[in-house]
Design a protein around this ligand. Sequence first.
Ligand code: SF4
Ligand code: SF4
Length: 178
Amino acid sequence: MIKLGQNQDDLADEIKALSGINFSACFHCRTCTNACPFLEGMDYAPNKIIRLIQFGQEETALKSSTIWVCVGCNTCSSCCPMAIDIPAIMDGLRHKAIEKGIKIAEPDILSFHTEVLNTVKKYGRTHKLEIMMRYKLKKLDLLSDMGMGLNMLKKRKLDLTPSKVKDKKAIEKIFKDR
Ligand code: SF4
Ligand code: SF4
């Protein structure tokens, strides 16, 4: 049961402004939730996150693990009958959680996101091997996924050297404008 919080209109308006998405049309059909491949790792289903915002339950939404577990794959939005961009809403909530200094429910995922962005900043593209190495180093856990890493290398799913974009200035501009 989700209870009404205070200032529900304010929160909904703020998330609409942050994400650029009007989710008032959501009628909670749960199509997004049924389609989400990461539902098992979430504490609140994707449509419940929208419900929490609509009901002004800011703290619960911002402290949820769902907003960090969502990988932005767009599976949900591609089958939403109202074409609601749920990943953009999750993104807006993540921004707000960081801005407000909320304790991140999934700190490892934030660290992973940071490493992904670091390689994009450096090369203009992601470099999976470097992301994994840096992430594992930070966690002081180099061995737990070694078998999978070696398998991926064997199957050529990981490049040893990064692929780089030519126009580095354009990448620098994107990060400067953020
Ligand atoms: S699929 Fe769309 S309309 Fe249905 S619950 Fe999800 S966001 Fe709401
Ligand atoms: S974008 Fe997020 S909420 Fe939507 S299906 Fe993918 S993981 Fe689930």
